[in-house]
Ligand binder design. Structure first.
Ligand code: GLC
Length: 613
C-alpha cells in the first residue's frame, strides 16, 4: 500500500532505510515490518488535520518545546479536579500558574488496588471510567491547544497490568499471548536472572518474578507482581505497542513520557537495564514519530546513574529522546539542602554545561516518585562522605530525625538487608513548612518559604524546561491520609500525592499566609524567565566560583544579555565573592542597581542579576 501524500512520503523516505535496518537487525521479519509500515500509514491518514498542521509548524521550528516561556506542571487528574472535564474547567488556574505544558499523570484503564498509581495499564485505548472517556481527553487536549498549552501523557511500555487482555489470555494458557511476556515453567531461568538483576521495589515487591499457581509457571514482574514485563524480543509486542503509542498521540498528546524505558530489554546474565537494544527501540520510536506525527516530543524517564542518562538523547545524527529528566541534578539539589555544601552541585552543573546544548533536560524539585540518592559517591568519598552513612544522614535529615532539620517525610522501600532507603515528601514539607505550620512558628514559616522560593529560583535558572509538581505552588504539605487506604498504605509515595487543596488557593492574595508569601514570588520568577531571552535553552551556561562552599554561582549568556544567579544554601547570611568586571547589574527581583561583586545574600537568599547594557 503506497501513500500518495507527498508530505508523508518525504518523511518516510528520509527514515526508511535506517528504520528497516534496525528493525531487521532486531526482528528479521519482513512480514512484521510491512505490517508496521501499513499501520503507520493508517495512523497518519487518521490524524486530525489540526494536528497535521501543528506537525508542520513544529517541523519548521524544531526547538518549539525549548523556548524560555515553557513551564510545566504535573498533576493527578482526580486529585486536582476529579475528572478530565474538571481539569478543562480549571485551565484558568493552570494559566494563572504560568503553566503551558501540562503533564496528566497516568489516566488509562487500570484496576483499583493493583494500579501502581495508574502505571499498570489494563487497556491503552481506554480512559479510567472515574476520570472520563477518550473523547474527554481529546476535548481537553483541544482546549489546551487553543490556550497554547501542550499536553503530556505517560506511555507505560515496559509492562502491562495482569488485567490487560493479553495477560488474561496468557493466564488462560494461550501460548501466543504467553510469548508476549516472560513465562517460565520452573524457577531455573528466573534464578539465573535473579543473580544479576537488582530489585526495583525491594520491600513492597521483592523479587523480579511472580509465581502463578493456577499455571504452575513463573512470569517476570520487575515492578509489582501485577505488572507483567512485556517481551520486546517478540515483534508483535513492539508493533502493537507502537500502534498504542500512535493511537494516543493521535488523541492530541504533544509529549509522550516513556515510562521506565531503560528496563524494556531483558538479557540473562545482565542487570537488564540500559541494554543496547533499548536504544535501538527508542531510536525506532523516534523515527516512527518523525514520520507519522513529527510535532510530538519523546520524554524519557531514565532514573539512572548519570553516565547512563545522556546516551538516551542519542547522537545529533541519530537522536532518540527529545527530553530527559534531570534526575541527578534533582537528587544532588536535596543533598545540597541537607549539607549546605554546594561543591557536588557545582560539579553536576559543570557536567551539564559540557553536554551539547541541544540536549534538553526537564528540571524539577519534586515529582510523584520517591527521591533515590543517586549521587556521585566516588567524588563525595574523596571529601570524606561515605556512601552508606551519607545516605543514612540524608534520610535522617529529611525524615526530621536529625536534630537541626526542619524537614518532614517518610522513607521509601527501605532495604532491610542493605540498609538502603529512598525518601518521600513534598517540597514544602522538606523545606520546613509542615513543621513550622504545625508549631505555629511564624518565623519558621518565613524561613521555610524562603528556602522553598530559593530552590525554585535556582531550578528556574537552569537550562532546560522547569516542571512544577502540582501543589508546590501553594506550599502543599505531606498528606498522611494514604495510610487509611489499604490500597495505598504500603506505598509511602502517596504521601506526596494528596488531594489538591483548593481552599489554599483562596489564600494567594493574603500576604500573611504561606500561599500569599509563596505563590506571587514564584509567579514573578516565572514571568521574568518567560520574558528574558537569556533563558533560552541555547544560551551559554556556566558556573561561577563564589569562594564560599554554601553559595552556588551560575551564569547564562547569549547575544540578548547576561544573567548571574547566586543561591545561598546556608541558613546564615553569606557573601558570594564574585567580581564580574563588566559594569552594573540589575537585581531582577528588587529592581536595585548594583555591581556583581562581593554580593551579600540572606540565609537561603538568592538573586538574579542582569547585566545592564
Ligand atoms: C515509573 C513511574 C513509577 C512507577 C514505575 C513502574 O518509574 O514513575 O511511578 O512505579 O515506573 O511503572
Amino acid at each position: 500500500m503506497k501513500n500518495s501524500d507527498p508530505i508523508y512520503t518525504k518523511r518516510l523516505e528520509r527514515h526508511l532505510d535506517e528504520l528497516k535496518w534496525l528493525y531487521m537487525e532486531l526482528y528479521n521479519s519482513q512480514k512484521h515490518f510491512d505490517d508496521l509500515l501499513d499501520h503507520m500509514q493508517q495512523f497518519y491518514d487518521e490524524r486530525k488535520s489540526s494536528l497535521k498542521k501543528l506537525d508542520q509548524v513544529r517541523e519548521q521550528q524544531p526547538g518549539w518545546y525549548r523556548k524560555n516561556g515553557m513551564l510545566g506542571m504535573m498533576l493527578y487528574v482526580d486529585q486536582f479536579a476529579e475528572n478530565l472535564k474538571g481539569v478543562r474547567k480549571k485551565l484558568d488556574y493552570i494559566k494563572k500558574c504560568n503553566v503551558n505544558y501540562l503533564h496528566l499523570m497516568p489516566l488509562l484503564d487500570t484496576v483499583e488496588g493493583r494500579s501502581d498509581g495508574g502505571y499498570a495499564v489494563a487497556d491503552f485505548r481506554k480512559v479510567q471510567e472515574k476520570l472520563g472517556t477518550m473523547e474527554d481527553l481529546e476535548k481537553l487536549a483541544d482546549q489546551c491547544h487553543k490556550q497554547n498549552i501542550s499536553v503530556c501523557l505517560d506511555f507505560v511500555m515496559n509492562h502491562t497490568s495482569e488485567d490487560h487482555r493479553w495477560a488474561r489470555k496468557a493466564r488462560a494458557g494461550k501460548k501466543e499471548y504467553q510469548d508476549r511476556y516472560f513465562f517460565f515453567d520452573n524457577y531455573s531461568m528466573p534464578a539465573m536472572y535473579e543473580k544479576t538483576v537488582p530489585q526495583v521495589f525491594p520491600t513492597t515487591a521483592p523479587g523480579n518474578f511472580t509465581y502463578l499457581p493456577e499455571l504452575q509457571q513463573f512470569v517476570m514482574t520487575s515492578f509489582y507482581p501485577y505488572q507483567w514485563d512485556l517481551n520486546y524480543r517478540n515483534p508483535v509486542v513492539f508493533n502493537e505497542m507502537m500502534y498504542n503509542f500512535l493511537y494516543l498521540v493521535n488523541r492530541g498528546i504533544d509529549v509522550l513520557r516513556i515510562d521506565a524505558v531503560p528496563y524494556i530489554w531483558k538479557q540473562v546474565g545482565t542487570n537488564c537495564r540500559n541494554l543496547p537494544q533499548v536504544h535501538t527501540i527508542v531510536r525506532m520510536m523516534r523515527m516512527i514519530g518523525e514520520i507519522v506525527c513529527p510535532g510530538i516530543v519523546l520524554l524519557g524517564e531514565v532514573v539512572m546513574e548519570p553516565d547512563k542518562v545522556a546516551p538516551y538523547f542519542g547522537t545529533v545524527e541519530k537522536p532518540e529522546c527529545h527530553m530527559l529528566y534531570n534526575v541527578t541534578t534533582m537528587a544532588t539539589t536535596w543533598h545540597t539542602v541537607a549539607t549546605g555544601d554546594v561543591r557536588l552541585l557545582k560539579r553536576q552543573m559543570e557536567i551539564i554545561r559540557d553536554l551539547p546544548s541541544d540536549y534538553t533536560f526537564l528540571n524539577y524539585l519534586r515529582c510523584h516518585d520517591d527521591i533515590g540518592w543517586g549521587l556521585d559517591y566516588p567524588l563525595l568519598e574523596s571529601w570524606g562522605m561515605l556512601q552508606v552513612p551519607h545516605k543514612k544522614y540524608l534520610n535522617d535529615y529529611f525524615t526530621g530525625r536529625w536534630q537541626d532539620s526542619v524537614s518532614r517525610g517518610e522513607l521509601y522501600n527501605e532495604d532491610i538487608i542493605t540498609g538502603d532507603a529512598r525518601f518521600c515528601g513534598t517540597t514544602a514539607s522538606m523545606c520546613g513548612v509542615e513543621k513550622a505550620g504545625f508549631e505555629q512558628d511564624e518565623e519558621g514559616i518565613d524561613k521555610a518559604v524562603q528556602l522553598d522560593v530559593m530552590l525554585h529560583a535556582y531550578m528556574l535558572f537552569l537550562s532546560g524546561i522547569p516542571m512544577l509538581y502540582s501543589g508546590d505552588e501553594i506550599g502543599q504539605v505531606n498528606d498522611y491520609s494514604y495510610k487509611n487506604d489499604p490500597n495505598k498504605a504500603a506505598d509511602s509515595r502517596y504521601i506526596h500525592r494528596g488531594k489538591f487543596q483548593w481552599m489554599l488557593v483562596d489564600n494567594i492574595d493574603k500576604p500573611e499566609t504561606v500561599q500569599g508569601k509563596l505563590f506571587k514570588r514564584l509567579s514573578r520568577l516565572e514571568t521574568i524567565r518567560a520574558k528574558e531571552p537569556v533563558f533560552d535553552a541555547s544560551a551559554g551556561f556556566w558556573t561561577l566560583e563564589t569562594w564560599d562552599d554554601a553559595v552556588l554561582g551560575l551564569a547564562r549568556e547569549n547575544e540578548e544579555g547576561k544573567l548571574i544567579g547566586l543561591f545561598n544554601f546556608s541558613q546564615e547570611p553569606r557573601t558570594a565573592w564574585i567580581d564580574e568586571k563588566d559594569g552594573q547589574y540589575e537585581d531582577l527581583m528588587t529592581g536595585e542597581t548594583m555591581y556583581a561583586s562581593g554580593v551579600q545574600l540572606a540565609g537561603h537568599g538568592f538573586c538574579w542579576l542582569k547585566a545592564k547594557k
